[in-house]
Ligand binder design. Structure first.
Ligand SMILES: Cc1cc2nc3c(=O)[nH]c(=O)nc-3n(C[C@H](O)[C@H](O)[C@H](O)COP(=O)(O)OP(=O)(O)OC[C@H]3O[C@@H](n4cnc5c(N)ncnc54)[C@H](O)[C@@H]3O)c2cc1C
Length: 479
């Protein structure tokens, strides 16, 4: 038996690495096991988020957005820059550099905080032991008083479109294209599909998105999802709803996809196909016998509100447990669990976890949509303010979209905020803070916001709940 630790974390994604750093900061002797290796065979920290998720996708979204602004929008501002061209190799090199800076940064933070890095695949054994098998096949077993499982998730594969080396790829593959595919198919018009489809559309691909559901972005407030659909289709994303993929065939260097829609059987040919139909919790080869850790029917590790599994002292956080598959949700669970292990009382507010779609315009929300609030039995009151009436949005040449505040009419409490517009992903933070502090719409309305800022639209939407928005003809007036 090798070293004994207070805490061993399995997985160094945003759930696991944050949990490990927090535990070490609290003085707990902590180790973190990670099996991800990069192209050079070196162990890298950061998980899906840093290596093939949040960070590389945002790097490509930012570059492609700047390209479109320079190509299509600078002229409106009086800036002439002649022909604009894209160097895909340089774009990818920058993305890779950002990724390696950040993954290297986590390794540095481990050292600085005294987290022991264990390289290899971790397997949970009974009695809180963890077996770590390195790339050379050698195993070592470690004992801990507490274990945090943070093994994340992997893309779901579907039988009608099995992955190939480079024609049918998952989200990670779509971050590695070396040239712009002329005809790009995307199966799944969810958050990841829309972001990746947007990147390649901006760079010139004809993008067709095949979405099995009849409803576009059902998790998003209806008014906002309608506006999102309008904006994204205007940019040239061909989003086909109710299109269920039934098969695919690779012919030479093309992919022929068969799908059914309301008009019957259809066929379309693409140069690349991205499969983005969701992610599944990853527990492959993770659990030994008699660990006491149970999976639910969908493969998630079963936990209670404090992320405790059925085995005392064994916790699970992040994508491998219930709740939204979001990096910040896993990180906050990591902090909560480390605090609990340290003996503190800690909890998560699952009602105030923001979500963002990093398209242009961005879409961001927290809490309940108007429809969910109604289904949950609330008497709902809403306030909406369009960016077309915002001075800053006009100055920014970004007047698309709106802010919508959803309240419980009986208490005026804010129970949801939904934004589509420039920097929505940043603006949503103030709504999260408002909800975290149990704010009413009136509290927000009585708060002073800097002028001219996009955040004034949040203020105005809160004022609009009672029909008092200043820069808009209100739907209703207070009696
Ligand atoms: C293209 C894309 C874009 C995304 N964009 C966003 C975004 O903008 N914002 C956002 O919040 N979320 C985004 N996500 C989701 C986000 O990446 C995940 O929610 C987040 O990474 C989950 O964190 P995690 O720590 O639970 O798991 P992961 O990040 O998946 O990390 C799990 C780690 O555990 C390791 N591991 C697994 N099993 C073992 C084992 N047995 N032994 C040792 N190590 C193991 C894995 O190698 C991995 O490093 C995106 C995802 C994708 C694919």
């Amino acid at each position: 038996m090798a070293d004994k630790f207070d805490v061993i974390v399995i997985g160094a994604g945003p759930g696991g690495y944050v949990a490990a750093i927090r535990a070490a900061q609290l003085g707990l002797k902590t180790a973190c096991v990670e099996k991800w290796v990069n192209r050079e065979g070196k162990t890298v920290h950061g998980g899906t988020c840093l290596n093939v998720g949040c960070i590389p996708s945002k790097s490509l979204l930012e570059t492609s957005h700047k390209y479109v602004e320079a190509r299509d929008e600078y002229g409106d501002l009086g800036i002439s820059i002649g022909d604009v061209s894209m160097d895909i190799e340089k774009m990818m090199a920058r993305k890779d550099k950002v990724v390696s800076q950040l993954t290297g940064g986590i390794s540095g933070l481990f050292k600085a905080n005294g987290v022991t890095s264990l390289e290899g695949a971790g397997k949970l054994l009974k009695d809180k032991q963890v077996e770590v098998t390195g790339q050379d096949g050698e195993s070592q077993t470690y004992q801990a008083d507490n274990i945090i499982i943070a093994t994340g998730s992997v893309p779901v594969e579907i039988p009608p479109a099995p992955m190939t080396e480079d024609l049918i790829v998952d989200s990670a593959g779509a971050l590695e294209f070396q040239e712009v595919p002329k005809r790009l198919g995307v199966i799944g018009a969810g958050v990841i599909g829309l972001e990746l489809g947007s990147v390649w559309r901006r760079l010139g691909s004809e993008v067709t998105m095949l979405e099995a559901l009849d409803t576009f972005l059902p998790v998003v407030d209806e008014q906002i999802s309608k506006e999102t659909y309008k904006q994204l289709t205007k940019q040239g994303l061909d989003i086909k709803l109710g299109a269920r993929v039934t098969g695919s065939e690779v012919r030479d260097s093309e992919v022929v996809v068969k799908y059914t829609d309301s008009e019957g059987e259809q066929e379309q040919t693409f140069d690349k196909l991205i499969v983005c139909v969701g992610r599944r919790p990853y527990t492959d080869s993770l659990l030994g016998d008699d660990t006491g850790v149970e999976l639910d029917e969908r493969g998630f590790i079963q936990v209670d509100d404090t992320c405790q599994t059925g085995a005392p002292g064994v916790y699970a956080i992040g994508d491998v447990v219930r709740g939204p598959m979001l990096a910040h949700k896993g990180s906050e669970e990591g902090v909560m669990v480390a605090d609990i292990i340290h003996g503190e009382k800690a909890e998560m507010n699952y009602e105030a976890i923001p979500s963002v779609i990093y398209t242009a315009p961005e879409v961001a929300w927290v809490g309940r949509s108007e429809q969910q609030a109604q289904e949950d039995g609330f008497e709902v009151k809403t306030g909406v303010f369009p960016f077309s009436a915002s001075g800053r949005a006009m100055a920014n040449n970004a007047t698309e979209g709106m802010v919508k505040v959803v309240t419980d009419a009986s208490t005026d409490r804010v129970i949801g905020v939904h934004i589509i517009g420039q920097h929505a992903g940043e603006l949503i933070a103030e709504a999260v803070i408002a909800m975290e502090f149990g704010s009413s719409a009136e509290d927000l309305a009585l708060t002073c916001f800097a002028h001219p800022t996009l955040s004034e639209a949040v203020h105005e939407a809160a004022l609009a709940v009672d029909g008092h928005a200043i820069h808009m003809a209100n739907r209703k007036k207070k009696s």
